[in-house]
Design a binder for this molecule. Sequence first.
Ligand code: IFM
Length: 467
Amino acid sequence: MNQSTFPAGFTWGVATSAQQVEGGRHEGGRGESIWDRFASRPGCIADGSTPDVTCDHYHLWARDIGLMRELGLGAYRFSIAWPRVLPLGRGAVNQAGLDFYDALVDRLLEAGLEPFPTLYHWDLPQPLQDAGGWAARETAAAFVDFTLAVTARLGDRVRRWTTHNEPWCAATLGYEEGHHAPGLREPATGLRAAHHLLLSHGWACGAIRAQVPAAEVGIVLIHSPAYPLRETPGDRDAARWFDGFFNRWYLDPLFRGAYPADAVADRVARGHLPGGGMTFVRDGDLAVINAPLDFLGLNYYSRALMTTGPDGRPVAAPPPAGAGVTDMGWEVYADGLRAALVRVHREYAPRRIYITENGAAYDDPPGTDGRIRDARRIDYLRGHLRSAAAALDEGVPLAGYFLWSLLDNFEWGYGFTKKFGLFAVDPVDQRRRPKDSAHWYAKVAATNTVGDDDPATSEGDPRAFDD
Ligand code: IFM
């Protein structure tokens, strides 16, 4: 049998984010986030849903930790809702909001799970958006206040801190393309937002280290390696363009202290930088952003296959005929994970890398026996884990893997229509039902190996995951 083995001590985890699973919208003094506001606008969320309740993790967190424990995991990557901690974004700290995370962290540690928090997973307090959001430099200063409020409370127990999740999505989908909150379609504003997200990361790194000297600090980037559809100069340039726009716009300032010149020129050519340059970058900003990192989190879902449109501009090509595609429309391309890890390791050399998200949306309803046979998710995970193991063989300092996600949850603009979870969640009674992939992942975590075996069955303890 063909087996991939992971080293002893490799971290197995799951990831969620506050806005996607917590609910508790009006509880414990929580303020309004940009996603609460965005979701209340007709037409912004595909199924008309809101994140008011989602998976009710705000109340069911202890049971959810129980599920992670049964999965045999070593870590939980969650995010901290800024509007729960600082309901107005700045100013008075809401102790009840911190109490929630305090208890969560304590219970995780009791259960033998490492708390692996992300400070910002897109839920900006609405009052800060009203003052300009990430396009305003002041928001980066407010992020430091938030960071300090959280680290003051949790820093005695949390060792690894992530500042941001996928700043490309926050800036580009939120401020440039309008698919995410706050729903703006202003490229120039998106680029300002991206810079202030990065600046806030750099400032927060310093704040965390000052307050928690033993802390390890990192950031999470989404990464899609770009491939030309055809070996033509146009398609190769389209791949270069995408890589600059999506990957290097963040990697270069973080690891090299400079924005990528070719990608800046692309933006100037499109008229996205009024004034002809990055006028919002001040002296010293790039040195702040270039602060040394203890680890880098990479999120990988698919590659980008690039070609040129009729107007000669770069466009994404549809997945090749015969390729597997998830319910997001994303090509299943497992080798892209190995390629991403190896590339980032060779070109940017982070000290350590975690795969902080990887997973697939598939909607598999329960059979008549109640069992959820999500064989496609298992195939996806198996392929990607083998790819991660190949990257380890190529010398990548990969320390852990967080599967997205523990639960089917609020998938942003898609509402509840896209299901990434190891557990289905009943929207009425909130019952969590394990899918076959939950049993399969538990085996991987227990054995540190991924083989070619058939999709896991519910064999073993039939009471497993009973809630
Ligand atoms: O659900 C999201 C998550 O919030 C960020 N990374 C991608 C996931 C799937 O789209």
